[in-house]
Design a binder for this molecule. Structure first.
Ligand SMILES: *Cc1c(COP(=O)(O)O)cnc(C)c1O
Length: 248
């Protein structure tokens, strides 16, 4: 390994340790076991080499939010890891807003799609899953900021009133597995009240779909608040890999 690679590995190792400690602390504060919370390392805007550093440090779960970037990066990582036994391969979660015409591509590499927010997308994913023989797990993304308009660069997600309809479509598709809910806290508001609403919606969903037990919430800035309400997946980018360019 070059000196620069070794330095980057050490930097990411320290960040990973800090994030794991934050998750452990949040779990302890909430009376939960740290084993209940899965760390999704968000590698968007970062090179495959960063994902490979994380892999070497034991990280297995990765998140990406753009199809083109995710397809290329997951392929690059798979090529490097071709000698690694299959059961140790990284798992990729797609976490970005998704157009139906990208469903086929996303299903070809994603083990889970966390941003399922409308019935038409479910149909496109199901069709792609049937054709590929893959069976991606689906999180229904909830929009916790009802004021946000998708077209304005809002962060996507189904209106809370639409969640069950989307979840039913996933469950009924036969080709997809319903995993639970996903959400991003509103940008300019404290995360706690939004995450409380999310937890209530997750409980309601479990009343209808008892196996849909996953809850993906929490990012670098608010993972503690998410763990406090029962998050099973936290999606962490900048705290692991450093600052990144603004989204738009
Ligand atoms: C980028 C992103 C994250 C990670 O955000 P950080 O603040 O960098 O931890 C989590 N979830 C989604 C949907 C994202 O797009």
């Amino acid at each position: 390994m070059s000196e620069a690679d070794a330095a980057r590995r050490a930097e990411i190792a320290a960040n990973l340790e800090t994030v794991r400690a934050r998750i452990a602390g949040a779990c302890a504060a909430a009376g939960r076991s740290a084993a209940e919370v899965n760390l999704v390392a968000v590698t968007k805007f970062r090179p495959a080499s960063d994902a490979l550093h994380l892999f070497a440090l034991g990280q297995r779960l990765f998140g990406e939010n753009r199809d083109q970037e995710a397809a290329a990066k997951s392929a690059e990582v798979a090529a490097v890891l071709s000698a690694v036994p299959r059961d140790q391969w990284p798992e990729w979660h797609f976490i970005g807003q998704l157009q139906t015409n990208k469903a086929k591509s996303v299903v070809s590499y994603a083990d889970a799609v966390e941003s399922v927010d409308r019935v038409e997308l479910v149909a496109a994913l199901a069709k792609a899953a049937e054709r590929s023989g893959r069976r991606p797990r689906c999180f229904v993304q909830v929009n916790l900021d009802p004021r946000a308009v998708r077209e304005s660069g809002g962060r996507g997600g189904a209106h809370p009133d639409e969640i069950l309809q989307v979840a039913d479509a996933v469950a009924d598709s036969g080709a997809l597995r319903l995993e639970g809910l996903m959400a991003v806290a509103p940008l300019d508001a404290p995360p706690e009240p939004a995450f409380e609403r999310l937890a209530a919606l997750a409980a309601k969903l479990r009343g209808v779909h008892p196996d849909a037990v996953s809850l993906s919430a929490g990012m670098s800035g608010d993972l503690e608040a998410a763990v406090a309400v029962g998050a099973t997946h936290v999606r962490i980018g900048s705290a692991l890999l450093g600052g990144r360019p603004p989204l738009r």
